[in-house]
Ligand binder design. Structure first.
Ligand SMILES: CC(=O)N[C@H]1[C@@H](OP(=O)(O)OP(=O)(O)OC[C@H]2O[C@@H](n3ccc(=O)[nH]c3=O)[C@H](O)[C@@H]2O)O[C@H](CO)[C@@H](O)[C@@H]1O[C@H](C)C(=O)N[C@@H](C)C(=O)N[C@H](CCC(=O)O)C(=O)O
Ligand SMILES: Nc1ncnc2c1ncn2[C@@H]1O[C@H](COP(=O)(O)OP(=O)(O)OP(=O)(O)O)[C@@H](O)[C@H]1O
Ligand SMILES: N[C@H](CCC[C@H](N)C(=O)O)C(=O)O
Ligand SMILES: [Mg+2]
Length: 482
């Protein structure tokens, strides 16, 4: 591709640089090779403009920045919003994506909805993919991920690979960081989904309104006019979300107990499954959902809404719910003790999620609900006492442990949780905490190991050591059985 092929996004018209050959796109100077266009982004830790000279020295074809940078031996193209320019350039450079793409946003449930939507499409016979916190799942592919919403260059490279491999349908998670940082702006979306809004990422967003505004970008900026917006109607934040989607001219489809498009009429919970009656366009469907957790029915309805609104027949989409598999580490039943007490691994690492998951196992627990959890370091500090209070209120035994302390002092993180969790047991070492919890299970009890879900590491300082809640739970169950 020539630089001129990025015209309309970058101010290249009429300049001598328009004929330059472009061999790639990057926002990281360390990745720049000859011919790469370097985008200097103002970040949260550094200002990319500081690295423009480094990029030029490595052979960058041109530098794109928010303002002029003097003294560089390569053309500098100034744009208003370098992140937006990066996203649009990446889309044009890689040039291809699965035809039907949907994105889901919300505080909790995104990974589950992305996975469920892919599964519905698969059952309807489409070659489908999902992209998010747990990685990329596509035919013949299951790659572990790092970011929930990949950065635009990685994202469009991936979309190109998926499209080249014949994937026609893809669902992805739109995190608030991803939306705010324009990571999704170059993706052509057919529909958007909203699950709920609660407290999250208060280290990044100054207020919850600001956080909600970032989420709303999916509806008021990214989706084309009259595209379907599938909104879970039973959340307190659904009303302002519906309003914003309507104002943007979207086709609002609500789901849930208060939903018009897919209305949940009745639900009967069992321990590991639930039976739901759903009304869709005047027809009643009985659905036997093979997943535990009240919230999974909400996620399933958003997913069905996304699949239906992008062309999957209603009955096919709703019947596909009967075969759903939970996303890894989302109220994941890892095993049971010999006396029948179940042990779940769950990714609840924010207040609403913890509240939901503890509440959803209570009706099936004749004994005690036991929870093991901690809070991540270098992340929202405000959530620590809130989660301590929730655990104390909703569980009978609370074990506070470590969850990726990162650069913080682990004891200090635990102390912030414990301040609101009188009577909680403190066991810093997560392995020991899990083993201790499994050892105390009596018949009728339920254990939830929360916070890490699918994660496979524990980050202490700058080092990440292999750690898996699944493996530790299995080991503890084996130990107990021996
Ligand atoms: C806080 C945050 O969101 N950071 C993301 C952001 O980085 P940044 O722009 O702030 O980067 P920075 O370190 O300040 O550097 C500024 C610029 O200088 C460049 N640079 C830096 C050094 C150098 O030598 N050369 C150079 O060019 C950097 O590449 C960057 O472009 O943009 C980068 C590119 O898209 C992301 O990789 C990076 O994610 C970091 C790794 C991260 O941890 N992000 C998390 C918080 C995140 O995004 N999480 C969400 C939500 C998770 C969820 O709830 O599910 C997600 O979508 O995963
Ligand atoms: N619809 C929901 N409402 C409330 N809590 C939920 C819902 N769906 C999932 N949860 C809880 O949140 C946890 C994370 O779920 P999931 O991974 O699907 O959400 P997410 O939005 O992708 O989260 P993250 O932003 O952390 O990746 C689950 O393990 C469960 O505890
Ligand atoms: N995507 C989230 C995941 C947090 C998971 C939890 N285990 C933690 O480390 O805080 C984050 O990076 O903030
Ligand atoms: Mg996720």
């Amino acid at each position: 591709m020539k630089l001129r092929d990025l015209a309309g996004i970058l101010p290249v018209e009429g300049t001598a640089s328009a004929d330059l050959e472009v061999t790639g796109i990057s926002s990281d100077s360390r990745q720049v090779k000859p011919g790469v266009v370097f985008f200097a982004l103002a970040g949260t830790k550094a200002d990319g403009a500081t690295y423009a000279a480094d990029a030029a020295q490595r052979g960058a074809a041109a530098i794109v920045a928010g303002s002029a940078i003097d003294g560089l031996p390569v053309p500098v193209l100034a744009v208003d919003d370098p992140r937006l320019a990066l996203a649009l350039s990446a889309a044009r450079y890689f040039g291809k994506q699965p035809e039907t793409m949907v994105a889901v946003t919300g505080t909790s449930g995104k990974t589950s909805v992305a996975a469920f939507t892919r599964q519905i499409w698969e059952q309807a016979g489409y070659a489908a993919a999902s992209i998010g916190t747990t990685g990329v799942v596509a035919p013949g592919r299951n790659d572990y991920g790092s970011l929930t919403t990949p950065d635009p260059v990685a994202l469009h490279q991936l979309l190109r690979e998926l499209a080249d491999a014949g994937v026609t349908h893809a669902s992805m998670e739109a995190s608030s960081h991803g939306l705010d940082q324009r990571r999704l702006d170059g993706v052509k979306l057919a529909a958007g989904g909203f699950t709920n809004l609660g407290r999250d990422h208060m280290d990044y967003h100054p207020t919850v309104e600001d956080y909600h505004r970032a989420k709303l970008r999916l509806f008021d900026t990214l989706l084309p006019k009259s595209a379907p917006a599938v909104i879970f109607a039973d959340d307190p934040w659904s009303a302002p979300t519906i309003q914003a989607a309507q104002a943007a001219g979207l086709d609002v489809l609500t789901v849930g107990r208060h939903g018009d498009f897919l209305r949940l009429k009745r639900v009967e919970h069992e321990r590991h499954r639930q039976r739901a009656e759903v009304e869709a366009v005047g027809v009643l469907y009985e659905i036997d959902l093979p997943l535990a957790g009240d919230f999974q029915i909400s996620n399933a309805l958003v997913s069905a809404g996304l699949a239906i609104s992008t062309g999957t027949p209603v009955a096919k989409a709703l019947m596909a719910l009967e075969k759903l598999k939970g996303a890894p580490g989302r109220l994941d039943l890892v095993g049971t003790t010999a006396n029948g007490a179940p042990v779940y691994v769950d990714y609840a690492h924010k207040p609403d999620a913890l509240e939901n998951v503890l509440a959803s196992v209570r009706p099936f627990t004749t004994g005690r609900v036991i929870v093991v959890f901690g809070c991540g370091g270098d992340r929202d500090r405000g959530k620590r006492p809130i989660m301590g209070e929730i655990a104390t209120r909703l569980a009978d035994v609370v074990i506070v442990t470590d969850d990726n302390p990162r650069s913080e002092v682990p004891e200090a993180i635990r102390a912030a949780i414990l301040a609101a969790a009188p009577g909680a047991i403190e066991v810093g070492d997560r392995r020991q905490a899990i083993h201790q919890a499994v050892a105390m299970l009596h018949a009728g009890d339920t254990l939830i190991v929360a916070g890490k879900g699918h994660e496979e590491g524990q980050t202490i300082g700058t080092e990440t050591l292999h750690f898996s809640d699944h493996e530790e739970v299995r080991a503890a169950l084996r130990e107990r059985a021996a």
